[in-house]
Design a binder for this molecule. Structure first.
Ligand code: ADP
Ligand code: ZN
Length: 354
């Protein structure tokens, strides 16, 4: 077990990481607790929740992204008020990214902000969304459009929860982990030397701590995403988000992998990334998603990138692409050129499949 400190300007956050973290730290949470979880996690861990948190009030969201809504947020507030949650109470977010995002936002707003402890139960939430204080709900069809930066006082990351995670959810977490490998040379080394262990939970436990250490450092430097350091965490996300908006069927982590694969083509074409390094990243990606989709309308889908929050203007697309081991580069391209290159990449993948 290891404690990683995220020294944000707004709050110092402690991330307890490793096997046994839940048994050690969740039982020590003091004061009045208000638990927020989802229906899947509750069904699997009801016994553990009751044993650990006694009769603390528990709000169970229906599992799935649809729960990140105004409606659910206000249902949470109703229960918090009904249960007499006070300014000295603590919200405990026990679940994946959906639970973490909405519970974090509820905690940030309730009585102008009460403590929140994140206990992520998916690999994706462990390596990414539970750390860094981004909270949000979706509104009017726009993902994460209403939210706040609100640091958890503690994050408890325990591999205990990963044993029940479906393989697809592991793949989603691996999407973000491979992203880290493209911006952190230590993680790149670990993954490329152990690419046969990507689905091994013991191996993932150590890599998870590496990813959290990386993210904690970046967020400590750039808590509110203003200086550029935090931008690097968006590697692969420009195209990933564009495809996510257009095709919808896959989940975020899978689209991050597909987005990185397509952007590697652009980075190579533009002379930013060397071929052998691009090949080694592609090899990692295809360990997780064997068949990268050769989308027939990729060029059209890529135009969705104009809605990306990172762009200052809609005609220019900004993306963080791999450059060399441990180094990324912010590439800005006119949207038409970007979409054409994405179309070319799809064509190339089609050709390789024949
Ligand atoms: P994210 O991938 O952002 O963490 P979700 O919060 O939607 O997204 O979680 C993905 C799915 O995994 C949801 O259906 C959720 O209920 C389920 N889930 C979360 N934690 C576990 C777990 N430890 N075991 C099994 N399923 C889980
Ligand atoms: Zn992401």
């Amino acid at each position: 077990m290891e404690d990683i400190i995220l020294n944000a300007q707004s709050l110092k956050s402690v991330i307890h990481c490793g096997a046994g973290a839940f048994a050690t730290y969740a039982t020590k949470l003091g004061g009045k607790l208000f638990i927020i979880t989802d229906s899947n996690v509750y069904a699997l861990y009801k016994g553990l929740i009751e044993k650990t948190f006694g009769n603390a009030p528990t709000f169970v969201l229906p599992a799935g992204e649809k729960s990140k809504s105004r409606n659910s947020l206000f249902k949470i507030f109703d229960k918090m008020i009904d249960c007499g949650v006070t300014r000295s109470s603590t919200v405990v977010a026990l679940g994946g990214g959906v639970v973490g995002d909405i519970a974090g936002l509820a905690a940030s707003m309730y009585m102008r902000g009460i403590k929140v402890v994140q206990i992520p139960t998916t690999l994706l939430a462990q390596v990414d969304s539970s750390v860094g204080g981004k909270t949000a709900i979706d509104y009017k069809g726009v993902k994460n459009v209403l939210g706040a930066f609100y640091q958890p006082s503690e994050v408890i990351v325990d591999p205990l929860f990963l044993s029940t995670l479906p393989a697809r959810e592991l793949r989603c977490g691996l999407g973000e982990i491979i992203k880290y490998s493209a911006i952190d040379c230590g993680i790149y080394g670990t993954l490329s030397q152990n690419s046969d262990k990507l689905f091994d939970l013991k191996f993932l436990e150590n890599v998870t701590a590496d990813c959290i250490r990386h993210k904690a450092k970046v967020v400590t430097e750039d808590e509110r995403d203003t200086t550029g350091a935090r931008k690097t965490l968006n590697l692969g996300h420009t195209t990933g988000h564009a495809f996510e908006l257009y095709y919808k069927r896959k989940s975020h982590g899978e689209f991050v992998l597909i987005g990185t694969y397509y952007e590697l083509y652009i980075a190579e074409k533009k002379g930013i990334c060397e071929s052998c390094y691009a090949d080694s990243l592609r090899a990692l990606i295809t360990k997780v998603i064997k068949n990268i989709p050769a989308y027939a309308d990729a060029e059209k889908a890529a135009l969705m990138a104009k809605f990306d929050k990172k762009n200052d203007e809609q005609s220019i697309v900004s993306m963080i692409v791999p450059k060399s081991v441990g180094e990324s580069y912010e590439l800005k391209l006119p949207i038409a050129e970007y979409a054409k290159l994405i179309g070319e990449c799809a064509e190339k993948i089609r050709g390789e499949k024949c």
